[in-house]
Design a protein around this ligand. Structure first.
Ligand code: ATP
Ligand code: MG
Ligand code: MG
Length: 399
C-alpha cells in the first residue's frame, strides 16, 4: 500500500497511524525525538527537525499525502511540502490556529462570538522609538476595566492550560505579563461557564463536511479530564455548535479534521474558545463509539476518500489517564478491563510525569448517566490511594 507522512510523533499521531495501517497504508513519522508513541509503531521514523529540508524532501517524494498531529509544527514545513504533495491541513489554517492572536482576530472578524479580549504586547515590539525600553504592556485603558477578572494567555505554544495566569487588576496584569516573558499575549475576560463543549468537524478536499456528536468537556487543572458524549445540552445548542464548527471550517477553506472548543454561557449562548487543526483529545471517544473515528476521518481526507459515518449508538464517556496515576507504579488495569463495555488505550509512553497524558479509557453505555456513573467509579478505583486491600482492611469509623 501507499505511504502517508505524519509530522509529530505523539499519541494523536499514534492513533492516526493505527487508523492508517488498518486501511492498508504505511506511515512515515517525522519527529525530532528518538522515541515517540507514533514513531515506535510506524513503518518508518525520520528523526529530524520539522524544517529539515532533506527530511521534508524525503517525505514529499515517498508519501502520497502528509498530515500533522502536532499543533505547533512550523507552518512553513506544511507550505514547503504542499509544493510537492498533498497536505492536510493547509499551512494557512495551521498558522491561524496556532497563534491565539490570529485565531481570535480571525474568529471575531468573521462574526463568530468569542470571549471579550485584547492583545497585550510588549511596548518595545509593538511600537515605538519614543519608548525604547518600555517593557510594560501597551495600555488600552478604555477596554481594560471590562476584562477583569481575566485570564492572560500566551499567544503561542500554550496547551493544557499552561502559559495562562488569572489576573484581577492592572497591576496583577503587569506582573503576570512580565512573568510569562513573551512578546505578546491575549487578555481574555474570565467568564461564568455553564459548561464546555467541543465539536470535531471533518472537511474533505471536495468540500464534503461531517461533524461528530458534540462532546461535553470537563477540565481539571486546565487539562481535559472527562468528555461526556452526547453533551448534555439542548438539541438546539448542539445544532448551533455543529453549525458554527462547519462555518469555521468553510471560512478557513479547511481540509482535514478540526476541533472547535466552545464555552456555553447562561441561556445557551455559545462562544468559541479556540480551535485545534487536528484530531483532538475530546474526540477520542469516537474510536470506540462511532462508526468512523476522528483518526480514520483524517486518513480518509488525506487519501481523498469519501468521509465515513460519524453516527454513534448510545453514549460514551472518555476519561484521561494522567501520569499522576503512576505514583505507585503501573495502575491496576484490571479495574478497567473487568468491565466489558470499557475500552482502554495506552500510548506506550515510558516516563509517567504528573500531568502527562499516558492513555485514556472510554465507557460505552446506553445513556450518558450510566456511562458517567461507571466512568467515575473506575476513576476512583484507579487512584493510587485506593487499593482493594486498603478498602477491606481499614477500620470503618464512619458508621
Ligand atoms: P488546550 O489543551 O485545550 O489547547 P489551552 O492551554 O489552549 O488548552 P484554553 O482552552 O484556552 O487553554 O483554556 C483551558 C481551560 O481554561 C478552558 O477549557 C476553560 O476551562 C478555562 N478557561 C479558559 N479561558 C477561560 C475564560 N475566558 N473564562 C473561563 N474559563 C476559561
Ligand atoms: Mg489550546
Ligand atoms: Mg483548550
Amino acid at each position: 500500500g501507499a505511504m502517508l507522512g505524519l509530522l509529530g510523533g505523539g499519541q494523536l499521531g499514534r492513533m492516526f497511524t493505527m487508523a492508517a495501517q488498518s486501511l492498508g497504508y504505511s506511515v512515515t513519522v517525522l519527529d525530532p525525538e528518538e522515541r515517540s508513541p507514533a514513531g515506535s509503531i510506524a513503518e518508518r521514523h525520520l528523526r529530524a527537525d520539522y524544517l529539515d529540508r532533506e527530511a521534508l524532501n524525503e517525505l514529499a517524494s515517498t508519501c502520497a499525502g502528509v498530515t500533522t498531529e502536532f499543533e505547533n509544527v512550523p507552518a512553513e514545513a506544511l507550505r514547503v511540502l504542499a509544493e510537492r504533495c498533498i497536505v492536510s491541513p493547509a499551512a494557512e489554517s495551521v498558522a491561524i490556529a496556532q497563534d491565539r492572536i490570529l485565531e481570535k482576530n480571525f474568529l471575531a472578524a468573521n462574526g463568530f462570538g468569542v470571549a471579550p479580549y485584547t492583545v497585550i504586547q510588549n511596548a518595545r515590539t509593538s511600537q515605538d522609538a519614543t519608548n525604547p525600553d518600555g517593557a510594560l504592556p501597551q495600555r488600552q485603558p478604555q477596554f481594560f476595566p471590562d476584562l477583569f477578572p481575566g485570564i492572560l494567555k500566551v499567544s503561542r505554544f500554550g496547551y493544557d492550560g499552561k502559559g495562562q495566569v488569572r489576573v484581577s487588576n492592572a497591576s496583577e496584569l503587569d506582573s503576570a505579563f512580565a512573568g510569562l516573558n513573551r512578546e505578546s499575549c491575549v487578555l481574555e475576560k474570565l467568564l461564568p461557564l455553564e459548561r464546555e463543549v467541543s465539536v470535531i468537524v471533518s472537511r474533505g478536499f471536495d468540500g464534503e463536511v461531517v461533524t461528530f456528536p458534540v462532546s461535553e468537556n470537563q477540565h481539571c487543572n486546565g487539562i481535559l479530564d472527562i468528555s461526556i458524549v452526547p453533551a448534555r445540552v439542548s438539541p438546539e445548542i448542539a445544532r448551533n455548535a455543529c453549525d458554527i464548527a462547519i462555518r469555521i471550517a468553510e471560512k478557513l477553506d479547511y481540509r482535514g479534521v478540526l476541533c472547535v472548543e466552545f464555552f456555553v454561557l447562561a441561556e445557551g449562548r455559545l462562544l468559541v474558545n479556540e480551535i485545534a487543526p487536528r484530531p483532538h483529545n475530546s474526540g477520542h471517544y469516537s474510536i470506540n463509539a462511532c462508526v468512523t473515528s476522528q483518526f480514520e476521518q483524517q486518513v480518509r481526507i488525506l487519501c481523498r476518500m469519501p468521509l465515513g459515518s460519524t453516527s454513534m449508538h448510545g453514549a460514551a464517556v472518555m476519561v484521561n489517564l494522567l501520569g499522576d496515576l503512576w505514583q505507585k507504579g503501573e495502575p491496576e488495569w484490571e479495574q478497567v478491563l473487568r468491565h466489558s463495555d470499557v475500552k482502554l488505550h495506552l500510548y506506550g509512553k515510558r516516563d509517567a510525569r504528573p500531568g502527562r497524558k499516558m492513555g485514556h479509557y472510554t465507557v460505552l453505555a446506553e445513556t450518558t448517566d450510566a456511562a458517567l456513573r461507571l466512568a467515575l467509579e473506575i476513576k476512583q478505583s484507579l487512584q493510587p490511594s485506593h487499593s482493594t486491600l486498603e478498602t477491606h482492611e481499614s477500620p470503618r469509623n464512619e458508621s
